[in-house]
Design a protein around this ligand. Structure first.
Ligand code: NDP
Length: 282
């Protein structure tokens, strides 16, 4: 039987529709949600992500505040920019586009952002809240995956989830969110021994690796739900970490690339910004 295609465009549209209603309620109270996006340097991929985020803001009626900073900016000057946004009552969310130049200290940049405005969910306070299981800003990509699983009513409790990838942006928070929903979670990474065998134990397999089409049929148990977070630009175009054609006949549900997790990340960022505006102006 053909698998369920978990369609990021459909789910992100549903998230956006909710966000639009929440923005209308804020506007009625005289609050326009605002998102500050900080871009250091001229990395073309980062520039295009930032542009897409600004377009999302414009479409939804979120005010965007830009800071395009030179690649050789000092840590002190960047701190000043972040402090300015932290203090600005019109700015409810702050995002510093990663990656940024090596001379800047990632940790101190992330920690500089006010946790209440950390709509990326990377501040230690928000990561700590995720670990503690209390509300806080949640990292957009894994939170988007959770929304997709819920949208399609896919059962999580008691399921075996395997997350391939342990980055702070995706893999680690992904596993914690699945654990929070009573999955039995296994993390895999580049040192995992016999990765295909571990992945074959999964009812829910999440690939967040950054290796084009690495997850083939031998990694997937019959009937598994397969979530492909990967975005890999190849000569053949954008592909995920999962070999869709090989895996689709085996699994029960799967996200495509493009059109799967990708649109969710942006929709959740907008939703988190609105959540920050609601909390900061309550
Ligand atoms: P990172 O490079 O930070 O992390 C990759 C993870 O994959 C690491 O934990 C690494 O293990 C693991 N890994 C690498 N090679 C292997 C291997 N051969 N076998 C097993 N594990 C391996 O990437 P990110 O987490 O930031 O992103 C992952 C993917 O998701 C990328 O394709 C990225 O473009 C995409 N992405 C998509 C988003 C979206 O909106 N859809 C948003 C963010 C990311 P180790 O820790 O041992 O090095």
């Amino acid at each position: 039987m053909a698998p369920l295609i978990i369609d990021g465009k459909t789910v992100s549209a549903a998230v956006e529709a909710e966000t639009v209603l929440r923005i209308a309620a804020l506007l009625e109270r005289g609050v326009t949600p605002g998102l500050a996006v900080v871009l250091v340097g001229e990395d073309p991929a980062s520039q295009s992500y930032v542009k897409m985020k600004e377009r999302d803001c414009e479409r939804l009626g979120i005010r965007s505040f830009d800071a395009r900073l030179p690649a050789d900016i000092t840590q002190e000057r960047l701190n000043d920019v972040i402090d300015g946004f932290n203090a600005d009552p019109h700015v409810h969310g702050i995002l510093v586009q990663q990656p940024f130049p090596r001379h800047l200290d990632v940790e101190s940049v992330v920690e500089r952002i006010s946790p209440a405005k950390d709509v990326d969910g990377f501040h230690p306070e928000n990561l700590g809240k995720l670990m503690r299981g209390v509300p806080g800003h949640r990292a957009c990509t894994p939170w988007g995956v959770m929304r997709m699983l819920d949208h399609y009513g896919l059962e999580l409790s008691g399921k075996r989830a395997v997350v391939v990838g342990r980055s702070l942006l995706v893999g680690k928070p992904m596993g914690l969110m699945l654990l929070e929903r009573n999955c039995t979670v296994t993390y895999c990474h580049s040192r995992t021994v016999d990765l295909p065998a571990v992945c074959r134990e999964a009812d829910i397999l999440v690939a967040a690796i950054g290796r084009p089409k690495m997850i083939g049929a031998e990694y997937v148990r019959e009937g598994a739900v397969v979530i492909d977070v990967g975005i890999n630009r190849t000569e053949a175009g954008m592909v995920g970490d999962v070999d869709f054609d090989a895996v689709a006949p085996i699994c029960s549900a799967i996200t495509p690339v493009p059109g799967g997790v990708g649109p969710m990340t942006r929709a959740i960022l907008m939703s988190n910004t609105v959540g920050a505006a609601e909390a900061l102006t309550a």
